[in-house]
Design a protein around this ligand. Structure first.
Ligand code: LLP
Length: 441
């Protein structure tokens, strides 16, 4: 399917996002601008939540993996949609709490959580901490004792599933900084160790096999491996896990090389997982565990569009045409990091035929500062509004002030109405924490 056909283009020939004209948004808020479609985010939360309700009797929880896009408003939406969130740093936790997110529905991740982050998590009353190191078990046990609580934990397990995705975003292959490996016995050993901790309550296990994965078999294979592990543990240690968190990772559409999955069709991932889970539980005569999933990218990725204004255009005859925009790797480092591919369109001429292959370059002082390479566009002119699609996940959250550019503001659109959810930065913001010490004065 050519997904250009599914884009919303209004009578003026302009791209529409959440009922708002993208060209009007660019005029009103300036560019570069991240635009997030609120309804899409809500629909995705509901699809996952409803599937757990319908197919699994509600015996589970959807967590929004907030590393994909973290700001106060998104935690509000997650709370209103009655799902949980996963956080991976004191900063994400702070943002969630500040937004009034219920702490008992927060899961805290991280392969190297800092002592102050763990203490802060306990003080907030975070529901579950996903532990990824022996030292963390020791520290958490001591901290819990000091605070007179018994903290719920999961252990992060590496099931050894190599999913088909970029090697930097694979997380459960054998050589990984994440998790205790089932294959080499460390998962079993750490379980025995965790069970001795008086102030920790081991609820079960977590795994996450990677990101931007389309094959359902990768997820069902992870279910099999985790269940075989839990079955073996029951025999060896007499411990029966009551919760299983299978992470996130469902792929989204960036270009027509990717499958275009409607929000409703994402239920199929969860249905496949649930069906495998039930059959494995049945096979091993294992009580159905409390099921947790942690999608990030699929909840916010396709909800986002970044708007830029086209500036200079450089044609190198016989080689390439560069269309430079007012953003770059500071608002979207994914090309620089992963050679990520995107679809771009001219938002003000969205109905015109795309006839040229160009590279969209940013404004940073760096040759690798490309927003998207080899995209098909109508001949672009300075002043056009360029929209890069599917930028809702891991764009704003990975943005920086490189070259002292501003991290663009974010607007949330619904029914044609747009509001800031992240305000624009100012020059003053850039120097706010800078200090000139006495010795330099
Ligand atoms: N749970 C855990 C423990 C994770 O590490 C992640 C993502 C997720 C859930 C959510 O996965 P998702 O549903 O979003 O695929 N910066 C990279 C992606 C890194 C993903 C890190 N972990 C990118 O831009 O592609």
């Amino acid at each position: 399917m050519n997904t250009r056909e599914t884009l919303k283009i209004n009578k003026k020939g302009h791209l529409e996002i959440g009922g708002a004209d993208a060209v009007d948004l660019a005029k009103q808020f300036g560019t570069p601008l991240y635009v997030m479609d609120e309804q899409y985010i809500r629909d995705m939360c509901r699809v996952y939540r409803d599937t757990i309700d319908k197919e699994y009797g509600g015996n589970g929880l959807v967590l929004y993996a907030s590393k994909a896009f973290s700001c106060l408003a998104v935690y509000k939406i997650a709370a209103q949609e009655n799902i949980g969130v996963d956080v991976v740093s004191g900063g994400e936790l702070y943002t969630a709490i500040k937004a009034g997110f219920p702490a008992d529905k927060i899961y805290m991740h991280g392969n190297n959580k800092l002592p102050q982050e763990l203490e802060y998590a306990l003080d907030c009353g975070v529901g579950t901490i996903v532990v990824d190191a022996y030292a963390e078990l020791d520290l958490l046990d001591a901290l819990s004792e000091k605070k007179g609580i018994r903290q719920n934990i999961l252990l992060r397990i590496n099931p050894g599933v190599e999913a088909h995705t970029h090697r930097f975003i694979q997380t459960a292959k054998t050589d990984s900084k994440f998790g205790f490996s089932i294959a080499d016995g460390s998962a079993r050993n750490v379980t025995a160790y965790a069970l001795q901790k008086k102030n920790l309550c081991l609820k079960g296990f977590h795994c996450h096999i990677g990101s931007q994965i389309f094959e359902k078999q990768s997820f069902t294979l992870a279910v099999d491996k985790m269940f075989d592990f839990m079955g073996a543990l029951r025999n060896e240690l007499g411990y029966e896990a009551s919760a299983l968190n299978l992470g996130g990772g469902y792929g989204i559409w960036y270009t027509d090389e990717d499958a275009k999955i409607s929000s409703v069709e994402y239920a199929l991932y969860l249905e496949a997982i649930i069906s495998e889970l039930k059959s494995k539980a049945n096979e091993l005569n294992f009580p159905l565990p409390y099921l947790v999933i942690e999608p990030g990218r699929s909840i916010v990725g396709e909800a986002g569009v970044t708007l830029y204004t086209v500036g200079n255009i450089k044609e190198i005859p016989g080689i390439k045409k560069y269309v430079a925009v007012d953003g770059g790797m500071f608002d979207n480092p994914r090309y620089a990091l992963y050679q990520a591919k995107y679809t771009a369109i001219l938002a003000n001429r969205a109905d015109e035929a795309a006839t040229e292959v160009v590279s969209v370059a940013g404004k940073c002082c760096e040759s690798g500062d490309i927003v998207c390479a080899n995209v098909l566009l109508p001949p672009a002119k300075s002043g056009d509004i360029l929209a890069v699609l599917s930028t809702g996940a891991y764009n704003y959250s990975m943005a920086s002030n490189y070259n002292r550019n501003f991290v663009p503001p974010v607007v949330l659109v619904k029914d044609g109405k747009a509001d800031y959810i992240v305000k624009p930065q100012t020059y003053e913001d850039l120097v706010r924490n800078d200090v000139i010490p006495e010795s330099l004065k």
